[in-house]
Design a protein. Sequence first.
Length: 420
Amino acid sequence: MSRLLKDLKRLTPDGVLCHFARSLRVGSLLLTCFVVVACQSFESVEPTKHTESGVAMSPSRFELLPHWPQERHLHAFRALMHSCPKILKQSAQRPLLLAAPMHVFGDLQKVCQAKVSVTTDAQAKTFFETYFKVYAVTNNGSNKAFFTGYYEPQILATRQKQAGFTVPLRAPPSDIVTVDLGAFDTALAGKKLYGRLDANQLKPYWTRADINSGALGAQHDKPIAWVANDVDKFFLQVQGSGLLVLADGQTLRVGFAGRNGHPYTAIGKPLIERGELERETISMQTIRAWLLAHPSEAMQVMNLNASYIFFSENTAQATVGAQGVPLTPEHSIAIDPQYWGYGLPLYITADVPQAQASNTGARADHIAALARLVIAQDTGSAIKGALRGDFFWGSGSDAAIKAGQMKANGILWVLLPKQS
């Protein structure tokens, strides 16, 4: 039988025998077994890619992606082109999937170097279908992803401390020590420690509460601007970047420049547990309103989030993510870099709230399906896991509402570059 199969495979084009056999009603057990074995031999089925972390990527097809034909492919293409200069600077052998080495940046660099003219959605759609394969992502057997949203806030500020503007936005302090653990152990690639030296010992850096209480000291405190209240600063830190509107009408864009290394803690849950807010109506807007209405308690609640973000001035004309490239509204996403390399295209679907800009407090009154081709270009303290993403909505009041209300379950696919 095995020799017969080999001879048939040598003489028969892939798939022809399978197609023919499936069209017959087979009555013989021997012939049934023959057909099954032959089809398995002749059809090339790409195996599921498993990583060490329990994440699996199963081959899929573009036509199976919800709303794929209607997606704004040109926007996603331009977002990818923003990432290409950074991608081309990476080591060609560096893994694209940091938990598994099956794809490297060299594969994505070939995509960036492709000589193509893309000026329409149709051309961009063809580009992605030509240079990438799509995979459905699961984690320990589950495909349930979770997406939040963020945006670029606009905040009144001054460059110098003055009446009404007494809360500092800080640059990274001079005594903070950042340790790249991957330099000591490749299994820890991408992980960092943030600390301070105390009698030649590295200790955890100050918490939010410590910093708000003056732990930095004048010699390490480096304000780059001043805002009106701690609530404005807190939400700017949650978003990671923003546009400061100065008194003279000029603007100053600030972006993420470092962190104290403590884990991010969402303050909505404790407010719900205390009975201050209702789970059904909680959003960024309702949390902000509660903090402003309870100034004597606000600092204590905000200090529950020990994570603290530092900023730097950003001369770019758009919000810049952790990859160091401008973000594209609705086509950039913050991911966990422990799982996905910056510059990878991802396809997401989720049910998201729809709201009008005038609706500043309540949740949206209806839900709409979101399907987007996005590029991994940013990260955040709260973004942990392969099936976790933070969707960038852009700037303005409408983006603020959508971002503040977005807490959506969904599904994630990854587009991996074809390997030659």
